[in-house]
Design a binder for this molecule. Structure first.
Ligand code: G3H
Ligand code: 13P
Ligand code: ZN
Length: 330
């Protein structure tokens, strides 16, 4: 058993309370490897932002649980070395079973998500409560989810019925004891968040997605005032990186994300955690493709992962400063 406290991590309680009061959102950046972790930490220390290091179950398998735990320990020591101590949370993204959440809690995670959103309401309540009971006994915070994020394959009826139902949130929070709640108001995972048919096109032919359902968010805030809300699927899918990937041999089509101004607006509400994974993947891939195309003889991984890390760091700094508003809040 390793407590997150032994790794120098914090849970999300205090940073969320500050984010709700201060009207900004804490970044939750996914990582699988050292270069991503370095970019996240450097960007967040330089912008003096609190940070959530987010690990999916797939990422945990990829990196190895023991290595990850020690990377988290290294992360908090590295932050001190960088000269400005920011709060660092290690969070399980989309935990789907009690056993996985427990294993993460027992191995140094300071926060877990139990995503019971694909179960019936009652099953979601029971599973989330079970995780909360175990997590809270260990000082770990828990994120639950109500409503299912739309996938681009879903038909229109399914999409509509999976927005979070505001009438359920109060009961869910009360029955489960959850510390934060992920909601579905029109974001979705990946780099193709909407079909072209769901979008309009601007004069340059760029796809413009439908706006987020701020009316649902407002209704939720009315029912659980000041309660920490989480937005998944919040990559903006910058055209610049999509274009660079395609210019250097990639084949991304109809990629579309959440416009930054909508995320800025959400960050000023009770939304206090914004999840971003795909934008990091795009930035790294764009940079690596460019390096390979321009330097076909290069085979030292540091020569293509190093520049990719710099691009990633710049992306995160920009988000902290200009989208989430978390810069200067640590
Ligand atoms: O929401 C999912 C995250 O982007 C993690 O994705 O399961 O491919 O690691 P992954
Ligand atoms: P994106 O795919 O939009 O980056 O969302 C990531 C996410 O929600 C991780 O849980
Ligand atoms: Zn997610």
């Amino acid at each position: 058993m390793t407590s997150y406290k032994d790794l120098g991590l914090v849970n999300s309680k205090e940073i969320f309370a500050k984010a709700v009061d201060g009207k900004y959102a804490v970044p939750a950046y996914n990582f699988n490897n050292m270069e991503q972790l370095q970019a996240i930490l450097q960007a967040c220390v330089e912008t003096k932002s609190p940070v959530i290091l987010q690990v999916s179950s797939g990422a945990r398998k990829y990196a190895n649980a023991t290595l990850l735990r020690n990377m988290a320990k290294g992360a908090t020591e590295y932050v001190k070395e960088l000269g400005y101590e920011i709060p660092v949370v290690l969070h399980l993204d989309h935990g789907d079973t009690f056993e996985l959440c427990k294993d993460c809690i027992d191995n140094g995670f300071s926060s877990v998500m139990i995503d019971g959103s694909h179960h019936s309401y009652d099953e979601n309540v029971a599973l989330t409560k079970k995780v909360c009971d175990y997590a809270h006994a260990h000082g770990v915070t828990v994120e639950g989810e109500l409503g299912v994020l739309a996938g681009v394959e879903d038909d229109v009826v399914a999409e509509k019925s999976t927005y979070t139902r505001p009438e359920e949130v109060e009961d869910f929070v009360k029955k489960t004891g959850v510390d934060s709640l992920a909601i579905s108001i029109g974001t979705s995972h990946g780099a193709n968040k909407f079909t072209p048919a769901q979008c309009t096109r601007n004069a340059d032919g760029v796809l413009i997605p439908p706006p987020l359902r701020f009316d649902i968010l407002e209704e939720i805030e009315k029912r659980i005032p000041g309660f920490p809300i989480v937005l998944h699927g919040s990559s903006s899918v910058p055209q610049e990186h999509v274009d660079m990937i395609n210019k250097f041999g990639g084949a991304l089509k109809d990629s579309v994300g959440i416009p930054e101004e909508q995320l800025r607006k959400a960050a000023q509400s009770a939304v206090c955690k914004i999840n971003i994974d795909s934008d990091g993947r795009l930035a790294m891939t764009a940079s690596i493709r460019k390096t390979f195309a321009e330097n076909p003889g290069e085979f030292d991984p540091r020569k293509y992962l190093g520049p990719a890390r710099d691009v990633l760091k710049a992306l995160y700094m920009e988000k902290n400063k200009n989208v989430l508003g978390s810069a200067g809040k640590a």
